[in-house]
Design a binder for this molecule. Structure first.
Ligand SMILES: [Zn+2]
Ligand SMILES: [Zn+2]
Length: 282
């Protein structure tokens, strides 16, 4: 699926659509409401930025001061914040650690970046003007598309299709930036601290050290149910956020690692949905 997505960006959109189609009607309705309200808040924010000459100038200056990799981190955080509600629906214990970028300054910058991309896509020549005229171009675009941008009165299907396009656009952007899926990341400290200790009667083997987990040695239980000596699993989780037995992923503090973790939950659901559809058809 990974290579396929890099070659064919439509595969990302297909994965999201397959996952959305697996939700029950109430789940889909709640999800649509939460996404509309998130996008509506973003629309209000970018409208405020573009309406204020000083705030616009400050945000554009901040955006211009960022390197390409810093911009990709902003996009990644934005993508993560929009994937989280869907992965939480599919896997209620998959809550991500709170986003670290969530200051208004960075939110304004990423919203402006996405709006500039959208405008350029809409009309490639519209930004071929002096930068001093950009605010006027953006104001004109926002006022001409206010209903669509604010999500006011849009049908559920329109909201969802815009969500699918937005996720696809962000993932394509990250691939263009050279985002690698294979990088290993450690588990988030908060997720490790929250792991429970359990009592074991003996007879079970810790797969890391191959020794028995008997009484008197502290044993940790991962959310997937697999048990390990604390002393064995801690160094492992410092380097990798996956279970040594089943590759279940714990949250990570790395934004790209988090995107992969949540994407894996979504893609697994999509794969199950496609297989089920196929079975029903044959
Ligand atoms: Zn061990
Ligand atoms: Zn496991």
């Amino acid at each position: 699926m990974a290579e396929e997505e890099e070659k064919d960006p439509k595969a990302t959109e297909f994965t999201i659509i397959a996952t959305l189609s697996s939700l029950s009607p109430p789940q889909l309705s709640n999800f649509t409401i939460s996404i509309s309200s998130l996008f509506h808040r973003h629309c209000c924010r970018i409208t405020a930025v573009v309406s204020s000459p000083s705030l616009f100038s400050l945000t554009l200056h901040h955006l211009n001061s960022l390197s390409l990799s810093q911009k990709s981190i902003l996009i990644a955080h934005h993508l993560l914040s929009t994937l989280s509600p869907l992965s939480l629906l599919l896997h209620p214990t998959s809550a991500a650690p709170s986003a670290k970028y969530s200051n208004l300054h960075n939110l304004d910058a990423v919203l402006l970046l996405l709006l500039l991309c959208e405008i350029r896509q809409h009309n490639p020549l519209s930004l071929e003007t002096p930068i001093s005229d950009w605010r006027q171009v953006l104001c004109k675009y926002i006022s001409g598309n206010m209903l669509t941008l604010s999500y006011a009165g849009l049908s559920n299907i329109t909201v969802l299709s815009r969500y699918v396009m937005m996720v696809g656009k962000c993932r394509r952007f990250l691939y263009l930036m050279g985002f690698s899926r294979s990088k290993e990341v450690g588990a988030a400290a908060a997720a490790v601290v929250a792991l429970p200790s359990v009592a074991v009667e003996g007879g079970r083997e810790c797969v890391v050290c191959k020794e028995e987990m008997g009484k008197g040695r502290d044993v940790c239980k991962l959310p997937c149910g697999h048990l390990f000596h604390w002393i064995c699993i801690l160094p492992w989780l410092k380097k990798r956020n996956s279970c040594p037995c089943c590759r279940f992923r714990l949250p990570s503090d790395d934004v790209f690692g988090e995107i992969e973790r949540l994407w894996e939950i979504i893609a697994n659901k999509a794969a199950g949905t496609v297989v089920n559809c196929y079975r029903e058809c044959v």
